[in-house]
Design a protein around this ligand. Sequence first.
Ligand code: NAP
Length: 489
Amino acid sequence: MVSRVIPVDPFDLVIFGGTGDLARRKILPGLFRRFCSGQMPPQARIIGAARTDLDAAGYREMVSEAIAEFGGAFTCEDQTLEAFLNQVDYLAIDARGETGWEALQDKMKGTDRIEAYYFSVSPSLFGDLAERLQKWGMADAQARIVVEKPFGRDLETARSLNATLAKYFNEDQIYRIDPSLGKETVQNLMAVRFGNLLFEPLWNAQYVDHIQITVAETVGVGGRGEYYDTSGAMRDMVQNHLMQLLCLIAMEPPARFDPDAVRDEKLKVIRALDPLEAHHIVRGQYQAVPMDEVENPGYRSAVGDARSRTESFIALKTHLSNWRWAGTPFYLRTGKRMSARSSEITVVFKETPHSIFAEDAGRHPNVLSIRLQPNEGITLGVTIKEPGPGGMRLIDVPLDMTFAEALGDDGTDQVDAYERLIMDVIRGNQTLFMRGDEVEAAWAWTDPIIQGWTARADVPKPYDSGSDGPGDADEMLRRDGRAWREVKP
Ligand code: NAP
């Protein structure tokens, strides 16, 4: 099924950090794909900006290489690549100095297009960029800024960053990006919940036994070791990504599918989270397995600190103190170097109150699994009779909808999260971006936990690379008579 593409209005997108890793791997190839699909109008301009001294031709060459390297299986005619590159420009600009700003002002002057400024640079430069955009007259009412994660490293820094940006831009001009929210399946989560009568009546503590959210990676910290070691899984994944998924799965139906209605409901979820208890958290750190230390070093070797106490894995149990979810545990888990790359949300329903099938002693809760990656899709486990003679023995079978099979022949029709979110910025739709108060509420929940670890000099439990975290994470669920879902590729 080919999706319907609605072109966006003409825009100018300035990518600060246009020569960086994120721009080359995600933003530029994504824009090219939107161009090829007909969504990007011919008047649109993309202006890369960084300190590196390049002219437009040099930057176009870099963009073309980035598309070749990171554009994926997607192909487009050469002629089209040239047409796309003609819409790409570059300016050497220093976020902390005055170089290049006048030239940018000249380029942006007198256009009535949508103006978007993507801050794909270190967060330490966000304030400088905002300030200079205002100083050079570009922070006008039609300007939008896109800020990358991480948004702060605790409540205090997030507040301060929000306050800095608020000096120059209104909240409705600020797009705090979390790519996980741009995934097709994440949006489908809302469509499934609020577009079907089937699930919503059961979506509460009365019928749901528990909910699991797993985001497992097979990669280690790689080249990001230095940064990651100052962050850890709680800051890098739980505070934003997992918390956002939790919000979408647990929130009340918003009155309308509009940005503030959705974000109001998400905020209520974060504020309803109980404070975490220390014995409901397991921290882990991956270690190398014998014979594989060179190829896949353990966490401490990878970050170059033999005594690092930063966690690369976290599993936790939490509750929401509200009418809908009182008593239903939410189990969240994320880690690096786990057995498979997989992101999945699982809603485990309660069992039927009474079994009429005497021959069957098994447990058969319905399980709804929403796979975010890979093989995005939804599976509902239903219980049926085992075929053949032998009485009423029951088995669980999956009703499976893999989106690539159901919606597109090979999945290439699916839009990458960054592409979708950038087009949302151009359309002025903030639904899938985090609002300032949401980010602060999320930090307010995680801060005391992180402070507790620091105060206690807590040391994460080691786990083997390729496993699914320390045994204590399994034990935490076993104590509750439950088990984690298998991490499947
Ligand atoms: P990066 O590869 O280090 O790139 C940084 C970019 O900023 C470069 O283009 C650099 O170019 C430019 N820059 C540095 N100082 C500057 C200055 N004073 N004025 C103007 N430009 C300056 O970083 P990245 O990995 O692309 O990450 C960018 C942002 O995205 C960060 O906030 C990061 O946390 C976030 N992020 C990245 C990823 C990822 O996969 N890479 C994922 C999630 C979030 P010059 O040196 O030429 O100035």
